[in-house]
Design a protein around this ligand. Structure first.
Ligand SMILES: O=C(O)C(=O)Cc1ccccc1
Length: 316
């Protein structure tokens, strides 16, 4: 539990997305009103505007990497905080309107991250088909089925790649199931809130930050990474994203093992604050897998306390 009071939670919709599957993992969703949004940007804008108390959005996929819309929205604008992460195994089906045969399919629609995960299947079976990007996997299915639930007019494609459940719920037929190239693919989702109370440290935590450099110089990234290395902090994600200011201007978005309340993490962030133009703290939250963070004795909280006590004693 995050301790967060949540009356309304947004997610990347419509109903039947993998984001909704992630949302249903959260105890906060049991009592809350859940609201679908057409994009990550609109969900996070609604959160910033106070229309919802939290939002569930995809942040990282084991095959395709980071989700730029989420990374960029969290890196800029009014600060938001990640308060939880959820890992969802991803399996896709190829869904069509009843009666459609494989040879009738000229174009296929889905979310870009789903498309990237079925490249091998498409190359082997539908290499001549056009790709029509959709705002989510469920949107491609719902629009294909048409009717009152459709968000867009889906006359431009004959098949959708989505979760099996959403295909069945909308009366679509499954032409092929489990079509992902990597059967172990997972996507990581985050529960995001406005800044407030931080989840307590559990010993199995992650911290997300975005680092903006003061100046670009040879070895600049190495200088930032040293702050983690000398404190025995492991990184589980590191990506550079354009700041949008000019060509070649990048910030670094990363996840590290540990909580802001761990002395080694606090010291690393203080070190980064001294050398960066901006350190944007995106939150400390429990790891979805509950795996305790391995900390060598030299980097334990006790070791930091002993070092402080030793320093203080030098004055006596
Ligand atoms: O479109 C969805 O269902 C999402 O929630 C985003 C997504 C797309 C592809 C893989 C994982 C998540």
């Amino acid at each position: 539990m995050t301790g967060l009071i949540v009356h309304r939670i947004g997610f990347l919709g419509p109903r039947g997305t993998f984001s909704e599957v992630a949302l249903r993992q959260r105890p906060e969703a049991e009592q809350a009103q859940v609201l679908p949004y057409t994009s990550v940007d609109t969900a996070l804008a609604a959160l910033r505007a106070g229309e919802i108390d939290a939002a569930v959005v995809p942040i990282e996929n084991s095959v395709e990497g980071g989700v730029p819309a989420t990374l960029d929205s969290l890196a800029h604008g009014e600060p938001l905080r990640v308060v939880a992460e959820m890992i969802v195994p991803i399996t896709f089906v190829l869904a069509v309107r009843p009666g459609t045969r494989a040879q009738d399919i000229g174009a296929i629609s889905t979310h870009p991250h789903a498309w990237a995960q079925v490249r091998g299947f498409i190359a082997a079976n539908y290499s001549a088909c056009r790709y029509v990007p959709a705002t989510s996997t469920a949107a491609s299915a719902v629009d294909l089925a048409g009717g009152a639930h459709a968000w867009h007019d889906a006359t431009a494609y004959q098949a959708a790649i989505c979760h099996e459940m959403v295909a069945r719920d909308h009366g679509l037929e499954v032409l092929a199931d489990d079509i992902g190239d990597n059967k172990d693919a997972v996507t990581r989702f985050v529960l995001v809130a406005r800044p407030g109370r931080m989840p307590a440290a559990t010993g199995a935590d992650k911290t997300s930050v975005v680092l903006f450099q003061k100046i670009d110089y040879p070895g600049g990234l190495l200088g930032l990474l040293e702050q983690f290395a000398v404190r025995g902090i492991n990184l589980s994600r590191l990506e550079s994203r354009p700041t949008g200011e000019s060509l070649g201007q990048y910030c670094f978005s990363l996840d590290l093992d540990g909580h802001l309340h761990d002395a080694r993490v606090a010291e690393a962030l203080k070190g980064l604050h001294r050398v960066c133009a901006q350190v944007r703290f995106l939150g400390s939250y429990p790891r979805a897998d509950g795996a305790p963070v391995a900390v060598s004795p030299a980097h334990s909280g006790r070791s930091y306390e002993e070092a402080e006590a030793w320093l203080a004693a030098l004055e006596e």
